[in-house]
Design a protein around this ligand. Structure first.
Ligand code: TYM
Length: 332
């Protein structure tokens, strides 16, 4: 079985529709066909200021949402990044292989550090992508299911793996991004040319899966479309309508063509109503299941403990090979 690995940040509290459609939905599907490792990346979360109690609560909340979305601990390895110390250990080695200029070119760092104000970003935020490289390489992942915004980090992973292998001998599998074209980028409902994200200027375009579905329905009904009235898929000229079609198609399983045919002669309100209904149909049981996991923290923590144990077995083996190859004296 080919191996997949991916991660999600706990910072945000509720996952948003972009996280689910762009990534988590694929994680659920891939656990059937792949040897799958999924983690809550709490080490990445502290690259921006975090409240300790909130971070702890959000880490459990993220794990609960992953289980509610359909991850099955019998079919995949679900764990918390900080439970596996090898991530930080391999990250150090990879830091020492990364050029300063190379790290400076990471667009996500540029975006995020700009938001923090010049000079205020931490060194951790700067080396964030290199920790992600270590995450992926530790598991010898063949594929990394993510949204489009993570492509550059997977490319960096390939570059660094190639460099390490060239310098020290074949050690790491070169991973490929697993990005579905249709859902690679889910857009903000108010600004349909920007990706849906927690850090948008207004929360009006963001669908949080744990929000009251009525709140989400309202946001969907006031989504920005265009002055035209025809429902067709045209990402360049009709980004708002196209985004709604993508969301509806993915949640219902109908193809975009089928949907477009069905909406002939209908107004945008019909499409928005259907998207609101599809989101509600998904979010309602998702919220209930998330709450059930949160109400039973012992079960949740024991799932994560087992996951960490399985993850660690793989990570420790890779790390010890990497340590040996770079020339560290083995501890006796
Ligand atoms: P994070 O937590 O920001 O996002 C989790 C996943 O959601 C995807 N995503 C989207 N997909 C489509 N449309 C959107 N609007 C959208 N917004 C978010 C992201 O692409 C991601 O797949 N650096 C990563 C976490 C990470 C990781 C890893 C991923 C750490 N180590 C190793 C893969 C492998 C991140 O911050 O994702």
């Amino acid at each position: 079985r080919p191996r997949v690995l991916s991660g999600i940040q706990p910072t945000a509290g509720s996952f948003h529709l972009g996280n689910y459609l762009g990534a988590v939905r694929q994680w659920v599907a891939l656990q059937e066909s792949h040897d799958a490792f999924y983690m809550v990346v709490d080490l990445h979360a502290i690259t921006v200021p975090q409240d300790p109690a909130e971070l702890r609560a959000n880490t459990r909340l993220a794990a609960a949402q992953l289980l509610a979305a359909g991850l099955d601990p019998e079919r995949c390895t679900l764990f918390v990044q900080s439970h596996v110390p090898e991530h930080a250990q391999l990250a150090w080695v990879m830091n020492c292989l990364t050029g300063f200029g190379e790290a400076s070119r990471m667009t996500q760092f540029k975006d995020k550090s700009a938001k923090q104000g010049t000079g205020n970003a931490t060194v951790g935020l700067f080396t964030y992508p290199i920790l992600q490289v270590a995450d992926i390489l530790l598991y010898q992942a063949d594929q990394v299911p993510v949204g489009e915004d993570q492509r550059q980090h997977v490319e960096l992973t390939r570059d660094l793996a190639t460099r390490f292998n060239g310098r020290f001998g074949d050690t790491f599998t070169l991973p490929a991004p697993y990005i579905l074209k249709e859902t690679a980028k889910i857009y903000d409902l108010q600004e349909p040319t920007a990706k849906m994200s927690k850090s948008a200027a207004t929360p009006k375009g963001l669908i949080n899966l744990l929000d009251d579905p009525k709140v989400s329905a309202k946001k969907i009904k006031s989504a920005v479309t265009d002055t035209d009235t025809v429902i067709t898929f045209d990402a360049a000229n009709k980004p708002g309508v196209s985004n709604l079609l993508t969301i509806l198609s993915t949640l219902t399983g109908a193809t975009v063509e089928e949907l477009v045919t069905g909406y002939e002669g209908k107004m945008y309100g019909a499409l928005k109503g259907d998207v609101a209904e599809a989101v509600t149909d998904f979010a309602t049981p998702f919220r209930t299941r998330t709450q059930e996991y949160l109400d039973d923290p012992e079960t949740l923590d024991s799932i994560l403990a087992k996951g960490a144990e399985k993850a660690r077995a793989v990570a420790a083996e890779t790390l010890s090979q990497a340590y040996e190859r770079v020339g560290f004296l083995p501890a006796k």
